[in-house]
Design a protein around this ligand. Structure first.
Ligand SMILES: [Cu+2]
Length: 188
């Protein structure tokens, strides 16, 4: 699906600037000094879960696409996550996501992990435990309504990643992850 340039402007988007100084390890210094390592988000709040020994550069900004950021177009449906590429180069990666439904709200979480995508720790309902020490949630684009688009840019270092949708539909007792909404993603 060619939704590449589709952008839906969400007037109510709130943007928060998180000081780069929060990064308390030096490993990401190069990335931060050269480009700005911005995390740009629309219509959503990125949830980060800092894990010791990993670097997060979460800086929200009202800017849209970053220069130099590589774009990944992602289509969500029941029950697939379909990126137009599954390998990218390290750096700022802009995920442009559209939910084509037909029925359910979806999300994507960018998870840095060496676990196989089907082997994530889950609770009794089949939902991924996002607090697991085996999973590093780099960022999320949450609550994308059917027919809606959203995008966010995350600064990704090389490694193994998985994109998941971790929506739990309590009414239908349906875990989107358990339905198969996960896919391997590689940053080199
Ligand atoms: Cu979903």
């Amino acid at each position: 699906m060619k939704s590449t340039k589709k952008q839906i402007s969400i007037g109510t988007a709130a943007f928060v600037i998180v000081a780069v100084a929060l990064i308390n390890t030096g490993a990401n210094a190069d990335a931060l000094s050269g480009s700005e390592s911005l995390v740009v988000s629309e219509n959503t709040t990125n949830k980060s879960s800092p894990v010791a020994g990993t670097d997060h550069a979460h800086q929200h900004s009202p800017d849209t696409d970053q220069k130099n950021s590589e774009a990944v177009n992602v289509v969500l449906n029941e029950w697939d996550i379909v990126p137009d590429k599954t390998t990218v180069s390290a750096g700022p990666i802009t995920f442009k996501v559209i939910n084509v439904g037909p029925s359910d709200v979806h999300e994507i979480a960018v998870v840095k992990t060496d676990l196989a995508p089907a082997d994530f720790p889950v609770d009794d309902n089949g939902n991924v435990d996002e607090n697991s020490s085996d999973l590093n949630i780099i960022g999320e684009i949450e609550d994308i309504a059917v027919g809606a688009s959203a995008k966010a840019t995350f600064d990704l270092e090389p490694g193994n990643y998985v994109l998941i949708c971790n929506i739990w539909d309590a009414g239908e007792k349906e875990s989107h992850y358990a339905e198969g909404m996960f896919i391997t993603f590689k940053v080199q």
